[in-house]
Design a protein around this ligand. Sequence first.
Ligand SMILES: NC(=O)c1ccc[n+]([C@@H]2O[C@H](COP(=O)([O-])OP(=O)(O)OC[C@H]3O[C@@H](n4cnc5c(N)ncnc54)[C@H](O)[C@@H]3O)[C@@H](O)[C@H]2O)c1
Length: 358
Amino acid sequence: MVALSGPDAMRICVTGHRGYVGAILLPLLQRRGHWVLGIDTGLFAECAVPGPSPSPQPDRSLCRDIRDVGAADLEDIDAVVHLAGLSNDPLGDLDPALTAGINGDAAAALAAAARRAGVGRFVFASTCSVYGAAGDDVVNEATPPRPVTPYAAAKLAAETAILQLAADAFTPILLRFATAYGYSPMLRFDLVANNMTAHAIASGRVLLKSTGTQWRPLIHVADMADALVAALDAPRQAVHAQTVNVGSDDDNVRIADLAELVAAAIPGAGVERMTGAEPDRRSYRVSFARVAQILPDFRPCWTIAKGVADLHGRIVGLGLPTCDFEGARFNRLPHLLRQRAAGRVTGDLRPASTARPT
Ligand SMILES: NC(=O)c1ccc[n+]([C@@H]2O[C@H](COP(=O)([O-])OP(=O)(O)OC[C@H]3O[C@@H](n4cnc5c(N)ncnc54)[C@H](O)[C@@H]3O)[C@@H](O)[C@H]2O)c1
């Protein structure tokens, strides 16, 4: 048994620790004295930004598909943070049955395995996109979710199954996150604010790819990691079997307004509307009143203006070639399609090197 570094230190399993959010969360947990088991198949292992320092490593790393994780893998673990999965709508649309299997069934099976293993807390990274096509009305946790994409439907299915596992010794917490933005060493440009920022750097213009009338809440990736920590730290009775929207009321924006905000944060940038842009039916304007009650220690620190300016400075500082902005390196779906075409990833999205024999 590894010695823990303080009375509040835990043994935490983070799935998806090699992704955009995990790369921020992992060092944060370790700095707080926690021991971390990371489980991830490394689908985006080549997608890190170039840098002099090696990426942070968990105390123990398991290259295992979440569809294959069992209770034995989670022995002696106090809490699980479940991030692994297909992380946006374009990935989810690739094969809806696969999406339901990974983001829905496997998440539920992982939670069941955690409960069997005696894990006390299970923090699930869900999404505000479960609200679907909610129009202009403000939705909250009491609003019936109406997902309109396979990604969101699978997340909702997982939520329902995971909540049913709540027990005296097993506390699930469902965090419905706003759309993330901001810098992570596992950078993604397929997130709307990051994409707008990258496009503005490449062309001097923020490209509005839809009509922009849809509502979307945003959260900085560092605030997302802070919320996950707060969910781990909160007293059991405060978070037991709770579903909470995580974001900030101030960062609920229409996408056209986001484009203006991003342009204002980048010197000399303007907004360009893509010709023939269509409306996006995914629209949700979300209340974040509840998170302040359930996780009082969580306070979003970032604003869109500050986060975009920071991201802009870092991208320019890294000197990333503009071909990377829309290419496979920092965009999840094109990267996986390329990996699959090259035979490095199987049809069911397992790295070929770890695929089970048929
Ligand atoms: N980024 C956002 O805007 C956002 C918003 C709301 C919710 N979320 C959720 O947060 C989580 C993390 O998002 P992210 O942006 O870091 O995603 P990401 O795509 O950057 O990282 C996902 C990680 O999971 C791993 N993974 C994928 N499928 C796996 C499998 N079957 N077995 C083992 N590992 C697997 C990948 O290798 C990758 O390292 C996701 O569940 C996502 O749905 C993200």
